[in-house]
Design a protein. Structure first.
Length: 163
């Protein structure tokens, strides 16, 4: 059985490879996809396809079209500039590859912004939280209606979960 729900948390200041990054919408969108892919072990629950529905052209086209060229061009874009958010793109592509090897196909669907209002509202609420996790980590579920972002077993940040 699959239930819908929303998990949100504030974006970390440090990426997966321990570099500091300013918060941007694009980083938040990529980080949200990574968190969704890692939220549970989808193949172990019998899933064979996972659809990421997003209103972000950056995420949808980046994952399905642009990334192939970036990798082929040694992480340079069509203007020969370094690809922005390379750390998260590498993490995302690695996660998709890991899931593919486990038998799970990840698809990206671009949806109208009007169909993503609930997720946008949750993201904006999380962005307003004054405190946040500094380091990139995995999102884990706590007690009912609690979400924690964990880094190396050190401190946790209480977040919110909505159903």
């Amino acid at each position: 059985m699959c239930e819908s729900g929303i998990v949100s948390a504030r974006l970390e200041n440090w990426g997966p490879f321990y570099h500091y990054y300013d918060h941007t919408n694009n980083r938040a969108e990529l980080r949200a996809v990574l968190a969704a892919l890692r939220f549970r072990y989808w193949p172990g629950d019998g899933f064979t396809t996972l659809v990421v529905a997003t209103d972000s052209e950056y995420v949808a086209k980046g994952a399905t079209e642009w990334a192939y060229g970036w990798v082929r061009n040694l992480w340079r874009n069509s203007r020969n500039a370094e690809v922005v958010n390379r750390d998260l793109w590498e993490a995302l592509l690695g996660e998709i590859e890991r899931l593919d090897e486990a038998g799970l196909k990840v698809e990206f669907w671009r949806i109208p912004r009007s169909m993503n209002a609930v997720a946008d509202r949750a993201a904006k609420q999380a962005a307003e939280w004054k405190s946040g996790v500094l380091r990139y980590g995995k999102v884990i579920m706590g007690a009912k209606d609690e979400v924690f972002d964990e880094w190396d077993g050190a401190g946790t940040l209480p977040g919110k979960a909505w159903k």
